[in-house]
Design a binder for this molecule. Structure first.
Ligand code: ZN
Ligand code: ZN
Length: 170
């Protein structure tokens, strides 16, 4: 699935840019995340979402606490917005690697075949969950989709950095 340099953007790149663009609507102070759910032929956008508070509530986080700011996650909102039947095969584009709770939400909307993400996340427990349920995960780099195991193998050096960062946060 690694795309050679084309003279036009890949669908993966286009929808990831859309996810990035919709993430800008997020009112979360901690992180702005966007999600786009499409059909597997890339012809239809089934749902979009970005993280933030529930409609009608204050436009911002409930509290200044990392990991507990009260915002609904972008994947969560996209799953809520996705009224497409379970049997429709889906691709999910998320600006950041989903957390484990959102991975479960994506699993349960039914027939998600692939999840594409742009930015790494401090926790990667969602990867095993997605793999166990038969969902392929891809990292988008320079507009090309790289199978996540391949990407991890090529980027082992970033793991210690992430672990160190997590220790500092605690
Ligand atoms: Zn927030
Ligand atoms: Zn989440």
């Amino acid at each position: 699935m690694t795309n050679k340099k084309l003279d036009r953007p890949s669908f993966e790149s286009v929808y990831m840019k859309f996810a990035e663009e919709i993430s800008k609507r997020s009112s979360c102070k901690r992180l702005k995340v966007g999600t786009v759910i499409t059909t597997t032929d890339f012809r239809k956008v089934l749902a979009v979402g970005y993280n933030g508070n529930a409609a009608g509530l204050a436009n911002g986080c409930d509290r200044d606490e990392v990991g507990n700011c009260g915002c609904l996650h972008s994947e969560e909102n996209a799953a809520i917005n996705c009224d497409s039947p379970r049997y429709v095969e889906k691709y999910v584009f998320v600006t950041h690697l989903p957390c484990s709770a959102c991975a479960k939400r994506l699993i349960n909307i039914g027939n998600v075949k692939k999840v594409f993400f742009l930015e790494d996340y401090r926790k990667r427990d969602s990867l095993a969950m997605l793999a166990t349920t038969g969902i392929e995960t891809f990292k988008i780099e320079d507009g090309a989709a790289i199978e996540v195991q391949e990407w991890l193998a090529n980027n082992l050096k970033i793991v210690p950095k992430l672990i160190k960062k997590e220790k500092v946060n605690k």
